[in-house]
Design a protein around this ligand. Structure first.
Ligand SMILES: Nc1ncnc2c1ncn2[C@@H]1O[C@H](COP(=O)(O)OP(=O)(O)O)[C@@H](O)[C@H]1O
Ligand SMILES: [Mg+2]
Length: 379
């Protein structure tokens, strides 16, 4: 798919601005704090329904304005137009091809995007939430059912958490018969939705291992072997072939740990606690990897995600590279851009000379203080 144009109204530091994009590479450049990432954020918003920088969508309403709207026109795919509006009170509405959506979940898959931002450079070193988020964002776009399962899982988790608190503080840790019935019910539902979430993650990681592994070998000139493993309460060697197989051990585990959960005031098991373990040549990358190896691994993982999305959906996502390309040496830039051939790419940078692009149409957008100052196109 290709983003043809983007219209921002009262979005971040943009009052009113239209961008017409190239089908190839779009380089968005300018000094710091001018509004480059804001464009990436708007594109991402249309794909995921939220920002990668804030969970409060209303923060993106321009100061002194009442509401923002972001309008993305696409071509070459099922979606022609996505219009996202949100006011200062966080009241949102989303229209896809002119039809209002009832739930944000319905947006998933309308526009596919792979984002690579500076925060991702901490993919290996940060705590597990960044890695879970990576799985969740990738899978939600490809499989709307995953998004529903995950949302459902998180809702039940919140309910179980309030029961844990109630038992701990109002009942002195004593579980009444009613509480027990409720714990059993929540655990059953958690195991049902959660086992589907875990199974999808396992399948995704298996594919990612292959795709990212191949990219990593290319980036490291075949010297290094990248391995990605799902880290959870499950026996990782069990080779699960369906969510049903995960359900029983999951429910048993949940039912066996209620007392401990009340004691610790936390839900201790499930996809919300899981992680990805990344190894290079059998060594834990987080503990033993060099900066360069970690960076290469993230790059490989992102490119792997792009590859999986293409293969599994038969559609081509847009690629959003926020401030990361100029951080890479010329060889890595070349590998990255050649593996994203035929993928519409958005690159932000402060110095356009540091970005090396050849053989593809490229549009340059110079951004100054929340507006498009100049645009040029090279073939
Ligand atoms: N809600 C908002 N209203 C007005 N300006 C905003 C808002 N949110 C962010 N900005 C401004 O946007 C600019 C940052 O934009 P960003 O795209 O992150 O910059 P960069 O070009 O460095 O990527 C800053 O000047 C910031 O003050
Ligand atoms: Mg930026």
């Amino acid at each position: 798919m290709t983003a043809e144009s983007l219209i921002l109204n009262d979005f971040r530091n943009y009052k009113e601005q239209k961008f017409e994009f190239s089908d190839g590479v779009n380089v968005i450049f300018g000094l710091n704090a001018q509004g480059k990432t804001n464009i990436i954020e708007a594109l991402f918003l249309c794909a995921i329904g939220g920002s990668f920088r804030t969970s409060h969508t209303m923060e993106m309403v321009r100061r002194d304005a009442e509401a923002f709207s972001v309008e993305l026109s696409l071509k070459g795919d099922i979606t022609d137009k996505i219009k996202y509006t949100c006011d200062k009170k966080n009241k949102k509405s989303i229209k896809v091809n002119g039809i209002y959506l009832k739930k944000i979940g319905e947006l998933m898959g309308s526009c596919l995007a792979v984002l690579f931002s500076p925060e991702d450079l901490q993919f290996v070193t940060e705590g597990p939430s960044l890695r879970r988020r990576f799985l969740d964002i990738g899978l939600s776009q490809q499989k709307p059912s995953y998004f529903y399962d995950l949302t459902q899982y998180n809702k039940i988790l919140a309910q179980k958490m309030s029961l844990i608190k109630k038992v701990k503080y109002a009942n002195d840790g004593n579980i009444s018969r009613d509480d027990q019935v409720n714990f059993d019910l929540w655990n059953h539902q958690l195991a049902a939705a959660g086992s589907r979430v875990i199974f999808e993650r396992l399948c995704f990681l298996k594919k990612l291992q292959e795709e990212a592994g191949a990219k990593h070998a290319e980036f490291s000139a075949e010297k290094e072997d990248l391995a990605l493993n799902y880290d959870s309460f499950l026996d990782e060697n069990a080779g699960y072939t369906s969510a049903e197989e995960i359900f029983k051990p999951f429910e048993t585990k949940l039912n066996g740990t209620i007392k401990k959960e009340i004691e610790r005031e936390a839900c201790l098991t499930g996809p919300h606690r899981d992680d990805i373990i990344i190894k290079i040549n059998g060594m834990d990358l987080k503990k033993f990897g060099s900066q360069g190896q970690k960076r290469t691994a993230v790059l490989a993982v992102k490119m792997g995600e792009l590859e999986i999305m293409k293969k599994d959906t038969g559609r081509t996502p847009i690629l959003l590279l926020d401030d990361v390309l100029s951080e890479l040496d010329q060889t890595r830039q070349r590998i990255l851009l050649s593996s994203s051939k035929n993928v519409q790419t958005f690159i932000t940078c402060t110095d356009r000379k540091k970005v090396h692009i050849s053989d593809v149409e490229c549009a340059y957008f110079n951004i100054k203080n929340g507006s498009l100052f100049a645009k040029s196109v090279t073939k």
